[in-house]
Design a protein around this ligand. Structure first.
Ligand SMILES: Cc1cc2nc3c(=O)[nH]c(=O)nc-3n(C[C@H](O)[C@H](O)[C@H](O)COP(=O)(O)OP(=O)(O)OC[C@H]3O[C@@H](n4cnc5c(N)ncnc54)[C@H](O)[C@@H]3O)c2cc1C
Ligand code: SF4
Length: 328
């Protein structure tokens, strides 16, 4: 591992000023992804600014009934919080489905949102990879893409965004607060992460030196009836092959409202806008859920080894919506 300088920031502002002052600075959350990538030689920051001591570790109720989650809140604390469990069960379930208890106790909300793809070529510095080394090529397109994207990918990159938490946050429609060189601003999810296009080295719309300080969950009564379903190769300690975060409001046998997002199918947590539009006002039946899923997945462009993800995604989506519709 290349030698680096460690600094501990006391405030968000001082962290941003340190990042603005020199090249090669990266923020350190729990380090559960960043330090792994440094060990592999994928990332070689000159300076790490530890942002876990800047008082962003609180979960607070907002006046409108939503919650503000500090970027430094540990994943385990987020999933265990009584208000998160009661009001946004899909979010608690998504976080609990990821990693292990030890990793969740270290990992932070900010770091989770910005964790890098698990594409094996990205993590192997002996291989070309447009995301790690722009212009070097994408061996995954003709190589191992079994668990890569079926939606929104480009010739340059077919990687997927790996965060389970981000999928639930995309379904909920959260707002991410950022402290940047020019002051504070915000970005929604969906909207923080970007599709690869011809710049796959850019995972998000963040600018250099941007620090995530908090995430606002909206007041969303229908999210109390929500769930996260994750299909993976083994029962625990495994990233998603396909995941669905969904909230559904049904009355009189009709879908009144819904919020649905897919994970492990694209370079972003994929909000199913086409399916949601088809569902609102439709009968809450398996046939309508299948019709909506098919409408969404008509956009899919699977590669030879991941075509199985299209019917898998459809089936998981239909199952989750059917289960939510049957809930008393
Ligand atoms: C064995 C293992 C299994 C895992 N399984 C899963 C899984 O199934 N599902 C899943 O979703 N995740 C999984 N993970 C990933 C895990 O969730 C992430 O490693 C973790 O959430 C990252 O959080 P962190 O605080 O440790 O981030 P770090 O590693 O500290 O940072 C990650 C990135 O975010 C940046 N960063 C950190 N905080 C901020 C901030 N406040 N503002 C701006 N940038 C910031 C860093 O500079 C870095 O680029 C797994 C990890 C491991 C090690
Ligand atoms: S899919 Fe993206 S991350 Fe994977 S090898 Fe291709 S460019 Fe790199």
């Amino acid at each position: 591992m290349r030698p680096f300088t460690y600094r501990r920031a006391a405030t968000a502002r001082s962290a941003v000023e340190t990042a603005a002052g020199s090249a090669g600075v990266m923020y350190l959350g729990g380090g559960t992804n960043l330090v792994d990538l440094m060990r592999l030689g994928v990332l070689e920051p000159a300076t790490l600014v530890d942002v876990t001591h800047i008082a962003t570790d609180a979960i607070e109720e907002r006046p409108d009934g939503g919650l503000r989650i500090g970027a430094g809140v540990r994943n385990g604390d987020l999933a265990a919080h009584p208000l998160v469990r009661a009001r946004y069960p899909m979010l608690a379930e998504a976080v609990l489905s990821g990693a292990s208890g030890q990793v969740r106790n270290m990992a932070t909300v900010g770091g989770n949102l910005l964790q890098r793809t698990r594409c094996s070529y990205f993590q192997d510095i002996t291989k070309p990879c447009n995301k790690r080394l722009p212009g070097s090529g994408c061996p995954a397109r003709t190589g191992d893409h079994r668990n890569l994207a079926i939606l929104g990918h480009s010739d340059s990159c077919v990687a997927t965004q790996p965060s389970d938490m981000a999928v639930a946050m995309a379904a909920l429609g959260v707002v991410v607060h950022i402290e940047g060189a020019d002051g504070p601003r915000s970005l929604p999810i969906p909207g923080l992460h970007r599709l690869p296009g011809d710049e796959p080295d850019r995972d998000t719309l963040l600018r250099p030196g941007d620090l995530i300080t908090a995430v606002d969950l909206p007041a969303l009564p229908l999210a109390a009836r929500s769930r996260y379903r994750k299909v993976r190769d083994r029962a625990s300690f495994s990233f998603a092959v396909v995941s669905v975060a969904a909230a559904l409001e049904v009355s009189g046998g009709v879908v009144r409202d819904c919020r649905v997002a897919l994970g492990a199918v694209a370079h972003v947590p994929w909000r199913v806008e086409v399916a949601e539009a088809a569902l609102r006002g439709a009968p809450a039946t398996e046939a309508e859920f299948a019709r909506a899923a098919d409408a969404e997945l008509a956009q899919a462009r699977p590669l030879p080894l991941n075509a199985y993800k299209v019917p898998l995604t459809r089936n998981v989506l239909v199952r989750v919506l059917s289960e939510l519709a049957e809930e008393p």
